[in-house]
Design a protein around this ligand. Structure first.
Ligand code: ADP
Ligand code: UDP
Length: 237
């Protein structure tokens, strides 16, 4: 396998073509952004952690019967993935109120839901990733009804798996964002990443934030928090 041209540079990753048209290479950067790119910075070592953590979870999820884009870790920052056509929806699962949910509905961060919730944002930077409902997503042909049902099934299964895993590490999974894509045969697979950039992770005892909120909110100790969750994940195995 040969790595060819860079196809895309995003805020956190670069995507390269390979000599196999069905495969891509993703390279994770240390760049951090928040508030739709308004806040910029670097989290040293983040690319390595996000790459390794995403791959660790994708492999585990595959074993649970959830199809993912993961093929092979190439090095600390680079992974070979199946090329998918990304469904332009950010799929957000929440167990506890935080962030935009708390702000929108005027509820304090930390309110625990009886059942997990799900919501979708339209992945469109120019529009600021607006909240979208399932009917609007179908009306805009972003996904079919059937695809959305599959995405919801997967998203809640992934939540069950991650919630249990993190709990065993002494971490509460508050919320997280997923992206899904379509393979050529039409199958829906989990794509993108699962990391402290895309999840809210709180220490179960102290409720200390161990995720990107430390960067968003200038709380300090950002690198230390990423290292800590990685350490606990590896210790769990
Ligand atoms: P952003 O585009 O939000 O700045 P990133 O820096 O993470 O995000 O860039 C990675 C891009 O690659 C995202 O647009 C994501 O949707 C896309 N992507 C992730 N996995 C795949 C895949 N398997 N095939 C094609 N595109 C993917
Ligand atoms: N999230 C993400 N990318 C986004 C928006 C949100 O990964 O573009 C993640 C975020 O890290 C959090 C969850 O999705 O774990 C819910 O985020 P929320 O809607 O509360 O938005 P925020 O407060 O980050 O603006």
């Amino acid at each position: 396998m040969r790595i060819l041209d860079q196809l895309y540079e995003g805020k956190a990753k670069k995507v390269f073509a390979t000599d196999d048209p069905q495969l891509l290479v993703v390279r994770y950067k240390d760049d951090a952004t928040a508030f739709n790119g308004l806040k910029k910075g670097t989290i040293s070592g983040k690319g390595i952690i996000n790459n390794q953590m995403s791959n660790f979870f994708m492999e585990r999820l595959e074993a649970e019967g959830i199809q993912t884009h993961f093929v092979k870790e190439l090095d600390k920052r680079e992974t070979l993935v199946k090329k998918v056509s990304i469904v332009p929806l950010e799929v957000i699962v929440r167990n506890i109120a935080a962030g935009s949910f708390s702000k929108r509905y005027g509820v304090e961060e930390g309110l625990e839901f009886e059942q997990p919730t799900i919501e979708f944002s339209y992945k469109n930077d120019a529009l600021g990733d607006p909240l979208i409902n399932e009917y609007h997503a179908v009306a805009l042909s972003l996904a079919t009804r059937k695809e959305i049902e599959q995405i919801k099934r997967y998203a809640f299964e992934i939540n069950d798996f991650l919630k249990k895993f993190w709990k065993e590490c002494g971490i509460t999974l508050v919320d997280f964002k997923l992206e899904f894509g379509r393979l050529e045969n039409g199958a829906i697979v989990l794509a993108d990443e699962i990391s402290p950039d895309t999840s809210r992770l709180w220490d179960s005892k102290t409720h200390e934030k161990l995720d990107k909120d430390r960067f968003r909110r200038d709380l300090g100790g950002v690198e230390e928090a990423y290292d800590e969750v990685m350490k606990r994940m590896m210790r769990h195995e």
